[in-house]
Design a protein around this ligand. Structure first.
Ligand code: FFO
Ligand code: GTP
Ligand code: K
Ligand code: MG
Length: 443
């Protein structure tokens, strides 16, 4: 199931609750010396899986460092699969520093590097790679929709689905290998096997392609829906960015060409992650720095999910579009020319008119882009591996009768390997087990 990599023998510890001042700071310890660390600092190990109040002492000087809640979590039924301990300290900087210093003095204990606990959980088969990614995404989740998606992945939704597909692939491979070995003995009807195999390969390919044909919903949800504010200098882009985000993020002035670099603000629109991007005003310019800004604007427009094309209501409506990205035409500064710009959304950052309607429109566009239902694929890594798997299955499905069975088996092997990469299981040893147990070979 899990990669056969060496198991760590050292014991790691780290604050699990950040590095700032807080009411309580949790220090996690994992590895074979976790129990010994409790013996040395807390004077023993409490009853497993129960928090108990202990005095923590420096093992050398016996000086009291804190009164803390302590947990002893003997492995392997722990988050990492190793012996673990937790110290719930008073969250002062000096308390934490003194306890970390004391832990470093315990033989075999050292500070953990980033992600070390999750890495051990993976190495010990407690989680697969997709669940590890789910943990990372859950910690990074800023909006409700991101939290829900990350929790689903942490809960194993993607890992289980891909594992099921991989099982099917392993079955197909076992069948193909059996055909290779025994077709010439006359035990198996090769044509029947070919037809059944290509039908099942096509079904598996279709299932995988179905999950891939999701408009990159999962990736987009992780990254955020990108809305670019574009238009001529002084159209009111920076003002609108500040008004929509409720933050004073961008410099506003009556001088055209104020914004040179793109400015991003991440927002939560009704639980959906939206990135608002302010850009340099679009115009031909001799100024080299402003010209670079305009170049960047065009680049951001091309990668946008939605463009807000801003035109002041007291000026002419611009006819030309900004490319083929979905675009909303917005008349800004509607307070200066009431009634202008029919058919377009009209907004005023001064009076606040139209801002709610604009936010609703952006939120609707984001909701439509994130789509309905649960996304399975949340990273390019998954997409690449699944696309490769579907490609190999497609070759199996399309193979003409009499196609060399060893080539079919090789494509199936590569499909199984690609599916295994998603969860971090590589290798096809399981296939061999299944081959030998599923077919009565021992004679
Ligand atoms: N104090 C504290 N809070 C925390 C964590 C932690 O490590 N410590 N977590 C850190 O991520 C998260 C909870 N995740 C966890 C995942 C698995 C296990 C665990 O020990 N699993 C065992 C036993 C399960 C059980 O008791 O039923 C297992 O799966 O075998 C613990 C925490 C969030 N809150
Ligand atoms: N009356 C009125 N003035 C506005 C409104 N929005 C922006 N302005 C003014 O228009 C001028 C330009 O605003 P900015 O937000 O800097 O325009 P911009 O599009 O970011 O300009 P550049 O970054 O130079 O391309 C400023 O003087 C703003 O105060 C509005 O809704 N009503
Ligand atoms: K300006
Ligand atoms: Mg600006």
């Amino acid at each position: 199931m899990t990669p056969s990599l060496p198991t760590p023998t050292d014991t790691i510890f780290a604050p699990a609750s950040g590095f700032g001042r807080a009411a309580v700071a949790v220090v996690r310890i994992s590895g074979p010396a976790a129990g010994a660390a409790l013996d040395r600092l807390a004077g023993g190990r409490p009853e497993p899986r129960r928090l108990s109040l202990r005095r923590l002492r420096d093992p050398a000087s016996h000086e009291i460092l804190d009164q803390a809640l302590v947990a002893w979590l003997p492995g392997p039924a722990t988050a990492t699969g190793e012996d673990m301990a937790e110290l719930h300290l008073h969250g002062g900087l000096a308390v934490r520093a003194a306890v970390l210093r004391a832990l470093a003095s315990v033989p075999g204990c050292r500070p953990a590097e980033a992600g070390a606990f999750s890495r051990r959980a993976f190495l010990n088969g407690r989680i697969d790679l997709t669940e590890a990614e789910g943990i990372a995404d859950l910690i990074d989740a800023e909006t409700e929709a991101q939290r829900v998606q990350a929790l689903r992945q942490l809960d194993g939704a993607l890992g289980r689905q891909v594992a099921t597909w991989r099982e099917t692939g392993i079955d197909l491979l076992a069948g193909a290998e059996a055909a290779l070995d025994f077709a010439d003995e006359g035990d198996v009807d090769a044509d029947d096997l070919d037809a059944a195999l290509s039908g099942r390969a096509a079904a598996l390919r279709d299932a995988i392609q179905g999950a891939l044909a999701d408009g990159r919903r999962g990736e987009r949800l992780r990254e955020g829906f990108c809305v670019v504010l574009a238009g001529a200098p002084n159209a009111g882009k920076s003002t609108l960015l500040n008004a929509l985000s409720g933050r004073d993020a961008a410099i506003v002035s009556d001088i055209p060409g104020t914004t040179r670099d793109t400015i991003e603000v991440r927002c939560d629109l009704g639980g959906l992650p939206v990135i608002l991007v302010d850009t340099a005003g679009l115009r031909a310019t001799e100024d080299a720095i402003e010209a670079e800004g305009v170049k960047r604007t065009h680049r951001r427009i091309r990668s946008a999910d939605l463009v807000l094309h801003l035109m002041p209501a007291d000026g002419p409506a611009v006819a030309e579009g900004l490319g083929d990205i979905p675009t909303l035409r917005i008349r800004t500064k509607s307070d200066l020319a009431p009634g202008a710009g029919e058919g377009a959304l009209a907004v005023s950052a001064v009076t606040g008119a139209g801002l709610d309607a604009l936010l609703d429109a952006v939120q609707a566009a984001a909701a439509a882009s994130f789509g309905q239902g649960d996304a399975l694929v949340t990273r390019e890594r998954h997409r690449a591996a699944l696309t490769r798997a579907a490609g190999h299955l497609d070759r199996v499905a399309a193979a003409p009768a009499g196609f060399p069975p060893e080539l079919i088996a090789e494509d199936l092997r590569l499909a199984v390997r690609a599916l295994g990469e998603v969860g971090g299981h590589v290798g096809v040893e399981e296939m061999l087990d299944r081959l030998f147990s599923g077919f009565c070979i021992g004679k």
